[in-house]
Design a protein around this ligand. Structure first.
Ligand code: COA
Length: 282
């Protein structure tokens, strides 16, 4: 479809701003304005600020002084995600607070315009039927094509220069490791694009591991590190003695404790046991 401005909705009234005090809470709380975690907000904020020189861009749609949605992009080559590509910005996050009024479409139009000025297209890791999370149908509606599907994930693109390679998911690689003295090795992979540099999930696993002392070792792997992406091709996952946690929600203390107790009671498999449901969304 055409990316032209619709005549209905809020599009004609929107203005574009970057991350600034008037929208910091909305952007860094991912829309959880009333029930945000202040530590997570600060963690996200400092990460976003730290990455701007490296090309991270926050585009906020305002209606007057009120933020009504935002998009975040990074150059695809350095995106802290399990993807590979070139000549594109990676649209890591798109969130509209006032939905159904053309704001999402206008944000995509603005992101595409900015990408084009750099000679780039736009790539997004969309989802098929995951509670409306980055919905692929919305992106298809706006002209995005699917380069690759993996489970319920859809790697989609638009506006790529003709010389660009199509984006691809990295091939995930992981093998169970035994570490002397530790009976359970917990490996937490995370992307700072969502959480900032402090992994909430690694912190939860550490709290759950405390009663076991040295018997449980928790390690964290930041997908912002190119070496982690190269070695593992994983941006988000939790493995306990080689078995991947089969759940995509942010892990809570109770589940973390149960997973550790379970891992203590079973042998370490020779090869990693993967979960192919939705837990590897990103
Ligand atoms: C998907 C989303 C961005 C759409 O924004 P929006 O402002 O409501 O969408 P628009 O009003 O601009 O809609 C543009 C077009 O897409 C269509 N559309 C909107 N949401 C859609 C959806 N979920 N599925 C299919 N089509 C959709 C609209 O019907 C419209 O089509 P039309 O021009 O034929 O009327 C918004 O619903 C949202 O923020 N969802 C959550 C995304 C998310 O998970 N973010 C977290 C990332 S960390």
């Amino acid at each position: 479809m055409s990316m032209g401005i619709r005549r209905s909705g809020l599009q004609g009234e929107l203005s574009w701003r970057g991350l600034e005090p008037s929208n910091l809470l909305e952007v860094c709380s991912c829309g959880h304005i009333d029930d945000h975690d202040p530590l997570l907000l600060e963690s996200r904020h400092s990460y976003l600020e730290s990455q701007m020189e490296a090309g991270l861009e926050v585009v906020v749609a305002h209606l007057g002084d009120k933020p009504v949605g935002f998009a975040q992009t990074v150059p695809i080559e350095t995106a802290a995600r399990d993807i590979h590509g070139d000549s594109a910005v990676f649209l890591h996050c798109l969130l509209v607070f006032e939905q159904g009024q053309g704001v999402g479409q206008a944000l995509i139009g603005e992101v595409l315009r900015r990408a084009k000025r750099q000679g780039r297209g736009v790539v997004v890791d969309a989802c098929s039927d995951v509670w409306g999370f980055m919905p692929d149908e919305f992106f298809s509606r706006l002209g995005f094509k699917t380069a690759q599907a993996r489970g319920r994930r859809r790697l989609m693109y638009t506006g790529l220069p003709v010389t660009a390679c199509l984006p691809q998911y990295l091939e995930p690689r992981y093998a169970p490791q035994t570490i002397q003295k530790a009976e359970v090795v917990v490996d937490v992979f995370f992307t700072p694009l969502c959480m900032g540099l402090q992994s909430e999930e690694a912190a939860t696993m550490r709290r759950a591991a405390e009663p076991y002392g040295g018997r449980v070792l928790v390690r964290e792997w930041n997908a912002g590190d190119p070496e982690v992406r190269r070695s593992f091709g994983i941006a988000r996952a939790i493995f306990l003695n080689g078995v991947m946690r089969p759940n995509g929600d942010v892990i809570g203390l109770e589940e973390a404790g149960a997973l550790i107790a379970d891992a203590l009671g079973r042998p370490v498999p020779d090869n990693a046991v993967w979960d192919d449901s939705i837990s590897r969304l990103f």
